[in-house]
Design a protein around this ligand. Structure first.
Ligand SMILES: Cc1ncc(COP(=O)(O)O)c(C=O)c1O
Length: 371
């Protein structure tokens, strides 16, 4: 069998992208908030149902800038989860703050809001939740805690493109939310990202920070960075905006197939989306329990022997990284759910053009495993 990857990038018809590129060549405007950039930034407000969007060259720089825009005191503590991609805690450290790692909920695998308050100290400045795999954090509880303790709330929504909670775009919760438009994400701009926020006053601050802090030809207002999305990225976004819903519809069918075939397999748990939440269709994670004949790692290896490349997201946990594991706070952190689930979750291949015969093979393979 040819290699089956965990995902494949969403690509528009090449003719449509060529037309976009021709327009860029005609305009001779390649980057620095060009026409396509501005068009995409505007359109995304409607798609994400948010009042403000700011585009970025990638999600990591967007998150870095989100934290910077919150003016968190140097050396303050930001409560987050280690069950995420490296970028999440790295952005905290690059902002001169300390990540304090909180455990996660077993179903949504997002930060356990009930465990946040015990980690708050006089030095805590913010909570950084991750809507992992498209499952939303407990935004209501986090909001209450943040208000009570006067903390900023930042969300890493890299996996939640177009997710809504009871009809509200997920980018409206907290002070600011980051979306990633990396090639592996459901909606991609090759590399790219976006910040969404309710406070209109943040617009100018973020605009500056994304462009070296330059306010005008002779005024540099902030210590900014180069976070600008270029026109070729924006063009890809404009074309992918036209087709992402078709991709979601295809993935919805794949999800239904997996759900139907795997729900009754002993030892396999399929995490459920909370009521009222729309699915971004970014990942399809399953949890391998003790009743399953082999471990998650063994299942991963056996799939690999058949050229099926599943992913052990998120293994290792960020608290296992060389750069974090020796910190005293990390050594003392109590993370039973993270340390269990990091060895149990497997993300299955999940993209619109996955063939039915491959899907059948994957499901039968999981059902047929012997210890
Ligand atoms: C949870 C999470 N946060 C942040 C990022 C970083 O985004 P980017 O790759 O666009 O920099 C990613 C993935 O790429 C991610 O999965």
């Amino acid at each position: 069998m040819d290699k089956i990857f965990v995902t494949r990038p969403l690509l528009p018809d090449i003719k449509d992208y060529e037309r976009e590129i021709e327009e860029i060549f005609e305009s001779k405007w390649l980057t620095n908030m060009g026409q396509k950039h501005n068009e995409l930034e505007g359109k995304l407000k409607d798609v994400l149902k948010v009042p403000n969007t700011s585009l970025f060259n990638n999600g990591t720089i967007a998150l870095l800038t989100a934290l910077k825009a919150m003016n968190l005191p140097y050396d303050s503590e930001v409560i987050t989860t280690p069950f995420t991609f490296a970028a999440t805690p790295h952005c905290i450290v690059w902002n001169g703050c300390k990540p304090v790692f909180c455990d996660i909920e077993p179903n949504t695998m997002t930060i356990d809001a009930d465990k946040i308050e015990s980690l708050i100290t006089p030095n805590t400045s913010a909570i950084l939740g991750v809507h992992v795999y498209g499952f939303p954090c407990n935004v209501e509880k986090i909001d209450k805690i943040a208000k009570k303790h006067n903390l900023k709330v930042i969300y890493d929504g890299a996996h939640t493109f177009s997710t809504e909670i009871n009809g509200t775009g997920i980018g409206n919760f907290g002070d600011i939310t980051m979306f990633s438009f990396h090639a592996t994400k459901l909606f991609n701009t090759i590399e790219g990202g976006c910040l969404t926020y309710k406070d209109d006053n943040l617009k100018r601050k973020i605009y500056n920070l994304r462009n070296f802090g330059i306010q005008s030809e002779e005024v540099v207002e902030d210590v900014g960075i180069n976070g600008k999305m270029n026109e070729f990225q924006a063009a890809m976004g404009l074309e992918n905006l036209k087709i992402y819903k078709q991709e979601q519809a295809k993935r919805a069918k794949i999800k239904a197939f997996y759900d139907e075939n795997l729900a009754t397999v002993e030892g396999i748990r399929i995490p459920q989306m909370p009521k009222g939440v729309t699915n971004s269709y970014q990942y399809y994670p399953i949890v391998i329990g003790d009743e399953y004949p082999v471990s998650r790692n063994e299942l991963y290896n056996r799939f690999k022997e058949h050229n099926i490349l599943t992913r052990k997201y998120f293994y290792p946990a960020c608290t296992d990284y060389e750069c974090y594991k020796n910190d005293l706070t990390v050594k003392l952190a109590y993370l039973p759910v993270v340390n269990d689930l990091k060895n149990r979750v497997l993300c299955l291949p999940y993209y619109g053009n996955l063939k039915e015969e491959t899907l059948e093979f994957i499901c039968n393979f999981i059902k047929g495993i012997k210890g």
